[in-house]
Structure formats: structure tokens, C-alpha cells
Design a protein around this ligand. Structure first.
Ligand code: HAM
Length: 436
């Protein structure tokens, strides 16, 4: 029988790793709350049509990367490749486009793109993102960009580069395509086969080509030449607002006049965060921008919007690199191991364990009657900080023997004050734990 394995480009997260994810998720949630964003959960399955209509029929995500299948009703279903389209669909479906006001949503969860798996390119990956509906204000773009920076800094990531550009409005698009075609015409023959095709179908995407041989790599195009005065003013105000928030150009962010995004819905401000440790073609940690036409194009009342998403696997790739350079993080097992010896002590131990858990202290015990040595080995393997030892002697005296695993220190504690003593010790230790 062939061994069953997880599909290529998908991963299992075992508890040590899952707990690191939970920690970053909690960090993100509390930061988003500070900015007034609330969580939205949309389905992983959507009608494929949603993504065809929103991401652009020529976008690579649609032409090459959608995970598609027919359901029993013969409908074409997609596993969501990103979160924005689903958020917009939910926003319209629930009638929020008709109520006015601002809607601030965040989401986290799995996304799917059928790509050839490689480092930083997964078939199932996870995004943390925000979408803000209802404000055309450039200050709002600046606030969302600030939030993205704050999120990465809170995650403990620095050395990232935040690139900004303006893609103008829909009426600028035709001129922009002509500008790009015009500037690639002289080098058309030196483009990679894919870009040759893009030249007619989707020339903007040539600017995002990752092929090292492609002429596009040596040929930046200044898209701002095709941006109208209104959109230019909008972008100027975004930059001023960033300046006002203390973000310095060429230090905290850079302008990249040939920055484009892989999705068609963007208008005006677009941005991307890249990190040197990701290297290669998959160097984007996150990206986003304004998409003022998307709600209307999916059938809703015209509503301006702006947002971003960060790829969690890539966040961990960067964190893991810096970790291997010396930063340490501690995974968490249960805090306490109750090592009871003999039936009577085990019964007392179980009572104690229940008390601990009721007081918010995590703990486990051994029901197998193993020797004290084996139980201490287990506690060590699980990373427990404290062991409570309980045998006939302790029972007779009405105490437990408490052992600090890091120092080996042991002391007797009366049973009735055991929970208070553990709380005190764990509280002190938490303060010095780099993970928390
Ligand atoms: P995106 O640039 O397609 O934007 O994806 C955002 C991030 O998701 C990327 O920067 C990357 O970190 C991660 N990512 C994308 N594909 C993969 C993959 N195959 N494997 C691992 N990580 C990946 C969006 O999805 C937009 N919805 C962002 C947005 C929100 N724009 C406005 N609001």
C-alpha cells in the first residue's frame, strides 16, 4: 500500500507550530481592534464566477491558478484564491452597500491557488487581511498602509520594503495600456514567451514578470505619466498623510512607478511589501490597494474600498530565518505535570488537577502508573515548568512536593495553598517569557 501523504503545497501544522500561529493571529486581532476593524468569516467555497468577474478574466490567478470543481448540481465552484472578492460579495449580499457609512472588516484563513509548489508558493496558504468600505479619502489609504506596517512590526518583522504606486482610475487605464505597449514595442522580441502573449492581452502584467531572461526586467515604465490630475492629487495626499503620520519617504516606504498588482480590480493607490529574506520571485509578504470600482462591478451600489492581505506562510519564513540567527521563542506545553504515585495519590492528584484547570492553570497527569522517573521524563518532554509530586508520604502530611523544572528546586507546599503558590510562580515566570 502506498503511504498516504499531505498533498504537495499543503502543510500540517503540529501543535508547536500551530501555537506560534495562534500567537500571531492574536497579535493581529488585537491590533485590528485598535483600528476599529471587526472579523468577517466568509465561505471557502464560492461560485467560480465571482473570481472571474472580480479578479479579471486575464489575471493569472484566474487563468492558471484557480482550484475548480463541479458540484453535484453541475455548478462551477472555486476554492477561494483570495479574500477580497468574497468580502465584497458578502458586503453586497447583506445590503451593506445601501446603508452608507464605513465598514471595517478583517479576516484570516486559508486561500487556495493551484501553483507549482516551491518555497513561499503554496497551494493552500493563509492570509490575514483587512477591507475597508465606504471611504474615498486618501487619508484612509494612508491609515490602511500604516496598519500594514504596524502589523508587520508587531509580528517582529523589520527590514521589509514597502513600495507604493498609483494605478489611476478606470478612465486612465486605456492610456496606461498604450503607454506600456508603446514602451515595450522596441523590445517586444526580447520578451519571454508569456510576456509576448501578455503584450496583446494584458500588457500591465509584463511589468510584474518574474522571468530573469525577460526584457521586462530591464525596462521599467513610469505609469504615473498615464495617471490623471485627480488621481495624482489623491496619491499626493496619501503621501502627505503618511508623512504626517511620521513615515519617511525612501526610509519607511518607497515609490515604485512601475508597480502593478496581479489582480485587475485595483484603482489609484497600490502597494506591496517585499522582504529580502524571501528572495527569488516570491518575495512579496503582502500587498493591497484601493479598489473603488469593484463593489459596483459585482452588482452593488458604487462604494469605494481599500485593503490589504499578508501571507502568513511567508511571514513565518521571514521569522524563521531571523530565529535561526539567534532570536529564541518558547513553545508552550502544559504548565504543570501532576506526578502521582499509587492509586490513592492518583485520586488526590486528579482532584488537584481539576482545581488547577478551574483556576486557569494548564496541567496534565499520567494515568498509567509509571515510575516517578518516567513521569518526570514526560514532564520534561512536554515542557512543563512545574511538577507536583504526590505519594504516600505527601498524602500523610497533607502536602505536595513542588519541583521547578528549570532549577531543580523542590519544596513542600500544603495542599490547600497549592493553587495560590502555583499562580504566584507562573505569574512571575510569564513576565520574563520572551514569547508573551
Ligand atoms: P495578493 O498579492 O495576491 O493580494 O496576495 C497577498 C499575499 O498573499 C502575497 O503577498 C503573499 O504573501 C500571499 N500569497 C499569495 N499567493 C500565495 C501562495 N501561492 N503561497 C503562499 N503565499 C501566497 C491579494 O490576495 C489581495 N486580495 C490583497 C488585498 C486585500 N487587496 C485589497 N484588499
Amino acid at each position: 500500500m502506498t503511504a498516504l501523504k499531505a498533498l504537495g503545497g499543503t502543510s500540517d501544522l503540529l501543535p508547536d507550530e500551530a501555537e506560534r500561529w495562534q500567537h500571531l493571529e492574536a497579535t493581529a486581532r488585537s491590533l485590528f481592534r485598535l483600528y476599529g476593524f471587526r472579523e468577517v468569516r466568509t465561505p471557502i467555497l464560492e461560485e467560480a464566477q465571482l473570481f472571474l468577474q472580480s479578479l479579471g478574466a486575464q489575471a493569472e490567478i484566474v487563468t492558471k491558478q484557480m482550484v475548480l470543481f463541479k458540484d453535484r448540481g453541475d455548478r462551477e465552484i472555486a476554492l477561494r484564491p483570495e479574500g477580497t472578492a468574497s468580502a465584497v460579495r458578502a458586503f453586497i449580499e447583506k445590503g451593506l452597500d445601501t446603508t452608507g457609512g464605513l465598514t471595517r472588516w478583517y479576516y484570516l484563513g486559508p486561500m487556495f491557488r493551484a501553483e507549482r509548489p516551491q518555497a513561499g508558493r503554496r497551494r493552500q496558504f493563509h492570509q490575514i487581511g483587512v477591507e475597508l468600505f465606504g471611504s474615498p479619502a486618501p487619508y484612509q489609504d494612508a491609515e490602511v498602509i500604516q496598519l500594514l506596517r504596524a502589523l508587520l512590526l508587531k509580528f517582529g518583522i523589520d527590514r521589509f520594503r514597502l513600495n507604493l504606486n498609483s494605478l489611476g482610475c478606470r478612465s486612465d487605464r486605456k492610456g496606461m495600456l498604450e503607454l506600456v505597449r508603446g514602451s515595450f514595442t522596441p523590445v517586444q522580441e526580447q520578451l519571454c514567451p508569456e510576456c509576448k502573449e501578455r503584450f496583446t492581452r494584458n500588457p500591465l502584467r509584463i511589468l510584474d514578470c518574474k522571468e530573469p531572461e525577460c526584457a521586462s526586467r530591464r525596462h521599467p515604465v513610469d505609469l504615473s505619466k498615464a495617471v490623471c490630475a485627480g488621481c495624482r492629487d489623491h496619491f499626493e495626499t496619501v503621501l502627505q498623510a503618511l508623512e504626517g503620520a511620521g513615515l519617511k519617504r525612501d526610509v519607511d516606504y518607497s515609490l515604485d512607478p512601475s508597480l502593478v498588482r496581479g489582480l485587475d480590480y485595483y484603482t489609484k493607490t497600490a502597494f506591496e511589501v517585499i522582504h529580502p529574506d524571501l528572495g527569488g520571485a516570491q518575495n512579496a509578504l503582502g500587498g493591497g490597494g484601493r479598489y473603488d470600482d469593484l463593489v459596483e462591478s459585482l452588482g452593488g451600489v458604487s462604494t469605494p474600498a481599500v485593503g490589504f492581505a499578508v501571507g502568513m506562510e511567508r511571514v513565518f519564513m521571514v521569522l524563521d530565518k531571523s530565529r535561526s540567527q539567534g532570536t529564541d521563542e518558547t513553545a508552550r506545553g502544559p504548565e504543570v505535570f501532576v506526578a502521582a504515585l499509587g492509586e490513592a495519590s492518583l485520586r488526590e492528584g486528579i482532584r488537584l488537577l481539576t482545581q488547577l484547570r478551574q483556576s486557569g492553570i494548564s496541567g496534565v497527569t499520567d494515568y498509567e502508573g509509571r515510575s516517578l522517573r518516567r513521569q518526570l521524563e514526560q514532564a520534561n518532554r512536554l515542557g512543563c515548568r512545574l511538577v507536583l509530586m504526590l505519594g504516600d508520604q505527601e498524602q500523610a502530611k497533607g502536602v505536595v512536593t513542588l519541583k521547578e523544572m528549570s532549577t531543580g528546586e523542590q519544596m513542600e507546599v500544603p495542599l490547600e495553598s497549592c493553587v495560590a503558590e502555583l499562580k504566584k510562580r507562573l505569574q512571575n515566570q510569564k513576565g520574563s517569557d520572551p514569547f508573551w
